[in-house]
Design a protein around this ligand. Structure first.
Ligand SMILES: NC(=O)c1ccc[n+]([C@@H]2O[C@H](COP(=O)([O-])OP(=O)(O)OC[C@H]3O[C@@H](n4cnc5c(N)ncnc54)[C@H](O)[C@@H]3O)[C@@H](O)[C@H]2O)c1
Ligand SMILES: [Fe+2]
Length: 355
């Protein structure tokens, strides 16, 4: 079976294109009563950028906090808040922020039209009804959340996305001018998420020409951003993120992401830094990639947290291993169909102990 892959239908790219967001959202308004919701990372509260958000009188500006990665309980509360604003559904949901705010926007747009808690839809193709029209404005580049068909959520039992064709954004606004203001650490960690997507996709057993085409270009752009002093770095990383997302959409991620899900589930480590920590321990799996990653780390002057598993209990370690080994397609992509005979619990434990 081949995957029939849904793409983002509309993309606008360029420095300053954020100014066109008003017009883009305006196209969704059929009457004067129509209202939109801007789901914005609260890191922008009180900034000049917030003043540029084209939020009209009837619209709702929903500040979201991303100190913790998105949880199903948070999505449920935010969806209830949106529903409480008016008796009609909004005509659009616009997510402005990094992967977390974009995923929250995706999830809210889905939960407005699908009953119950977001927890019930964690998995593949469980969403029954089309979402409210939703758009993304990334303010950090790397995750590929702007092109993916998932909204990653942590629920009471698992960290698993709302994966569906309805999850895909209807519109993406790529303005490199607004991808600014983050710490150099955050820039590096989220950027490396993209680099690691490329390594895992290009070195995986699921690789095909579709994924290769996007993955190679994305990796080339990552090199220009993190190994050279490129004046167009923001533009390049934005496209690297988009292409990296396209590459894994038609292949899969691998060992670093599998381990990072285990780590994040137990320790709450954020996705980007979590992938950096796990990737650094995978020299035996991705020798060239890890070597280049370390060169990028040195060039950027950013380090990663070390000895992160030093204080975990045996119970926590067991959970980390179970979550990690539960990601069958990621391991199959990395090691092939016989991965279970290679990747034992003891081997996973040894990798975690190295981090
Ligand atoms: N849906 C997907 O396909 C997908 C893929 C990968 C990761 N993710 C999810 O994305 C999240 C990680 O996203 P991320 O790495 O983009 O980080 P993030 O969205 O979690 O943000 C990280 C930090 O940077 C801040 N920030 C964002 N933009 C900023 C800016 N321009 N200036 C200053 N600060 C800024 C945020 O407030 C936050 O404190 C995780 O929740 C992960 O699960 C989703
Ligand atoms: Fe990732």
């Amino acid at each position: 079976m081949f995957r029939n892959f849904k793409l983002v239908p509309k993309v606008i790219f360029g420095r300053g294109c954020f100014a066109q967001l008003d017009e883009i959202v305006g196209d969704q308004r059929q009457s004067d009563e129509d209202w939109a919701v801007f789901v914005v990372d609260d890191v922008f509260k009180g900034t000049g950028f917030a003043d540029q958000i084209p939020c009209n009188d009837k619209d709702h500006l929903l500040w979201v906090n991303t100190a913790d990665e998105p949880k199903t309980t948070y999505v449920d509360a935010l969806t209830a808040e949106v529903k409480g604003q008016a008796p009609t559904l909004p005509c659009g949901i616009i997510g402005i922020g990094g992967g977390s705010a974009m995923d929250l926007a995706k999830a809210i747009s889905l939960m407005l039209t699908n009953p119950g808690s977001a927890t019930a839809y964690q998995g593949w193709d469980l969403i029954k009804n089309p979402a409210v029209w939703h758009a993304a404005v990334p303010t950090l580049s790397g995750t590929g959340a702007e092109v993916s068909r998932t909204a990653v959520l942590t629920g009471p039992e698992k960290k698993l996305g709302l994966n569906s064709d309805y999850t895909v954004f209807d519109q993406v606004v790529l303005d490199p001018k607004i991808v600014t203001g983050m710490t150099k650490e955050q820039h590096f960690y989220t950027g490396m998420d993209c680099y690691i997507h490329c390594v895992e996709s290009l070195e995986g057993t699921y690789l095909n020409e579709f994924s290769k085409a996007y993955g190679e270009k994305s990796m080339d752009l990552c090199r220009q951003v993190f190994l050279a002093d490129d004046p167009e770095a923001a533009d390049k990383l934005m496209m690297a993120s988009f292409f990296g997302g396209m590459s894994i959409a038609y292949s899969q991620v691998g060992a670093s992401h599998a381990l990072s899900y285990g780590l994040s589930y137990v320790l709450g480590t954020h996705h980007g830094v979590s992938c950096c920590i796990t990737f650094d321990a995978l020299e035996a799996f991705y020798p060239q990639g890890v070597k280049e990653f370390r060169a990028m780390m040195e060039k950027t002057g950013v380090d990663i947290p070390r000895q992160v598993c030093a204080d975990v209990t045996q119970d926590q370690m067991n959970t980390m291993i179970t979550v990690t080994l539960g990601l069958d397609p990621l391991w199959e992509n990395c090691l092939g169909k016989d991965w279970k005979s290679i990747m034992t619990r003891d081997k996973v434990r040894a990798l975690f102990e190295k981090m």
